[in-house]
Design a protein around this ligand. Sequence first.
Ligand SMILES: [Zn+2]
Length: 89
Amino acid sequence: MIKAYQRVVLGGGFPNRERAGCPGNEILRAMAFRKLGVDQVNDWIEHLGTCSPCFREYTEFRRQVCCSAAMGGLRMNHLSSSSGSLAQK
Ligand SMILES: [Zn+2]
């Protein structure tokens, strides 16, 4: 799977101008936000490895997921570190 990704990114891509067999924007978004079942995701992951437009859209959605998760994580870290220092005293 990772090799397929590298091939798409480094190998000049797989231009799929007609977007033949593409899942479409909503599916890609649902995948990125983990709203799809594992079976469905596995079907489309393979497609992403061979379709640059879908791959780009998917990584863009993943970036959005990643950013919101990172913000939540920072808040969590702050809370746990302050309660941790209290516990040490
Ligand atoms: Zn596609």
